[in-house]
Design a protein around this ligand. Structure first.
Ligand code: DAK
Length: 262
């Protein structure tokens, strides 16, 4: 598919997906959501991609949902927009390959929510993050009220959600909202380096760890641990565990099976 609002660039086993509407600070309109869904489908099917970096073009990561588009919506249209957004976020969260958000600037409202749907967040020292929905008389619509407290705790989440003012990158780091803060010109390389490290590991183990953590977050310890035991067995069943352990003892790099159909 050809894309209008995003670009996809390959670097080894990493795909860098850039949201590219800099004139609107990469605000998420319906078309961009649809393109993100298609991009994730293409990446899912491509066995030569092991990890993804998601970033924004220009001075923003994503300045939120497209307010101009939202302002013109009727009820049923807003309902469809909501479903589309949920599908796009699920496509990122459920992608079998980890997604690293490289937060290059403003990540506000839906922009912070899409970053939180990613697996890891690295921020530029210039980034600003927040949930300003209440300043527009809105509540967050892409699970910000749910993912933010899971990442930063209830007190900090409620402050961000209720006051609506953005925080800077060092504060986000101290809250645990982002994993690392780097200089702006080092951001994409830092994210690519992490993506490369992830992609060099066992591809099935990577997909299964992501699924375990995500599924476990919504289940109790007992159910999550039972799921973990199943996928642990699967690593042996598909041979990756035997290969990884053999490579360790033979002092060589593991030869992972990348093709799903091998
Ligand atoms: N939508 C559309 N256009 C936007 C935009 C946005 N969110 N943010 C910025 N722009 C546009 C500006 O209108 C401006 O366009 P022109 O005037 O040049 O035509 C251009 O981008 C540059 O922006 P500024 O001139 O404002 O740039 P500044 O550097 O001065 O300020 C800023 C940067 C990020 C502080 C400022 O642009 C800003 O406050 N932007 C709005 C941030 C915001 O409130 N974001 C939305 C939060 S609400 C839903 C689920 C979720 C949501 C909605 C529905 N459903 C389930 C259906 C989520 C809602 C949100 O995200």
């Amino acid at each position: 598919m050809t894309f209008k609002n995003i670009t996809i660039e390959r670097d080894g086993l990493t795909a860098v997906v850039t949201i590219n509407r800099p004139d609107a600070l990469n605000a998420l309109n319906g078309e961009t959501m649809r393109e993100l869904i298609h991009a994730m489908m293409e990446i899912e099917e491509d066995d030569d991609i092991g990890a993804v970096v998601l970033t924004g073009a220009g001075k923003a990561f994503v300045a939120g949902a497209d307010i101009a588009e939202l302002s013109e919506m009727g009820g049923m249209e807003a309902r469809e927009a909501s479903k589309l957004g949920q599908k796009a976020f699920a496509a990122i969260e459920n992608l079998s390959k980890p997604v690293i958000a490289a937060i290059n600037g403003y990540a506000l409202g839906g922009g912070l929510e899409i970053a939180m749907a990613c697996d890891v967040r690295i921020a530029s020292s210039k980034a600003k993050m927040g949930q300003p929905e209440v300043t527009l008389g809105l509540t967050p619509g892409f699970a910000g009220t749910q993912r933010l407290p899971r990442l930063v705790g209830f007190g900090r989440a409620k402050e961000l959600l209720l006051v609506g003012k953005p925080i800077d990158a060092p504060t986000a780091l101290s809250y645990g909202l982002v994993n690392r803060v780097v200089e702006p010109d080092e951001l994409v390389d830092a994210a690519k380096e992490m993506a490369g490290a992830i992609a060099s590991n066992g591809p099935a183990a990577i997909a299964l760890v992501k699924a375990c953590v995500n599924k476990g977050a919504g289940a109790g310890l007992e159910t999550g641990s039972a799921y973990e035991a199943e996928v642990f067995g699967l690593c042996f069943g598909i041979g990756d565990a035997h290969e990884g352990i053999a490579a360790f003892f033979e002092k060589r790099d593991p030869a992972w099976k990348r093709k799903k159909k091998d």
